[in-house]
Design a protein around this ligand. Sequence first.
Ligand SMILES: Cc1cc2nc3c(=O)[nH]c(=O)nc-3n(C[C@H](O)[C@H](O)[C@H](O)COP(=O)(O)OP(=O)(O)OC[C@H]3O[C@@H](n4cnc5c(N)ncnc54)[C@H](O)[C@@H]3O)c2cc1C
Length: 407
Amino acid sequence: MNRTTDRVDVVVVGAGMAGATLSCALAAAGLDVSVIESGPAPQWNDENYDLRVSAINLASQNILMALGVWPAIRQKRISPFDDIETWDEGSTGRIFFSAADAGLRHLGHIIENNAIAVALHEKLQQQERARVHYGLSVDKCQSDDEEIVVTTHKGRVFRARLLVGADGALSRVRELAGIGLHQRPYRHTAIVAHVATEKSHRQAAYQRFLWSGPLAFLPLADQRSSIVWSADANLAEELIQLPDDVFQRRLEIAFQNRLGNITSVSHRERFALVHRHVERYVSHRVVLVGDAAHTVHPLAGLGANQGLADAATLVEVLIDSANRERDFGGQVTLRRYERWRRGENQLILNTLDGLYHLFGSSHPMITNIRGLGLNLTNRITPLKMMFLRRATGLSGDLPQMAKPSLS
Ligand SMILES: Cc1cc2nc3c(=O)[nH]c(=O)nc-3n(C[C@H](O)[C@H](O)[C@H](O)COP(=O)(O)OP(=O)(O)OC[C@H]3O[C@@H](n4cnc5c(N)ncnc54)[C@H](O)[C@@H]3O)c2cc1C
């Protein structure tokens, strides 16, 4: 058994979008980071498409630009979206958001998750102060007043001032730290696929709220669209099992042929959706970011954006503490991060829960109010702009990296 001990400033467990962003930023700011990732290094292949895509908002784009990985992401497949159109099966409600109305070039970009992962990992591997250990997973940890000792399942030992759990929704770090979780399943499973359509998507994102759950069409670089269709588990299972041509017809009907006929469909994958939020973001010399701390319904495409904002906030708080020669792994520093992010994330979780319940109701009074609400919001410009600024990440208590660069 390998008993080598690595002594670093920070150990990050998990190098998904949140963990890799955090590790790049910490190393760039001068801290020594060891990253423990159970999977292999992500690879890019022009022939392979990742069915998992993310609507990356303007705040997240600023973070990726600050890290210097945005040019590498742009070279891969990526589509801006300039408009969002949302309408409702149960009412006449319709709302339309446009970048032009807000004086913006785009509202965000749709990017394959693998394109972001590859760019971040390439950057990590170039950094002297970061070392990524692939194929290792964390097994146990023990902390005292000075440090935390992290042991992997292969017996490798790391000593650090701080352990960050960025290891996703089923976080082992969260479990090891004894951090409790509020969780309840949404009654939805999300089906994802890429489809080709008769008409151009014209760089717009579309979402129709069906009785059974929201159906989104997100624009991809090659004129195809990524779909996210949320439905209860039985309907999702039925949709997954359908032959391609029958699935295409069902999709056309559900989407009211907004982009004409569906001309081809990729294979489909499904994800059970669960609302999760941790009771605490911090424990003794341990802190959580990204899906390890919260998961949310993808109806507004915000989960990864929340994780990137967590990472950028934690970096700001840790570096500020290190610059003041304070213990950056201590409770005073970590609680500052928790206070900053808990409220922001709770607001998003509550808002999306509200939308999920509002659009899931078939009660005539609720559907009338819903239609009225959508149409009114569409007409009241300040209200519309408030929603738009939140969704694009232009409002809220943003860390410095998420703000537009002045240079
Ligand atoms: C259908 C769907 C659509 C979505 N669409 C959007 C969208 O449009 N926009 C958006 O912002 N968000 C979206 N999301 C949410 C987004 O995908 C997630 O929030 C985001 O990927 C989470 O990133 P993360 O780095 O926190 O966690 P993860 O991506 O889960 O990364 C965790 C990493 O930790 C590693 N790991 C796990 N356990 C261990 C261990 N014990 N030891 C070492 N390593 C470990 C894993 O291998 C992995 O690399 C969507 C989610 C779903 C399900």
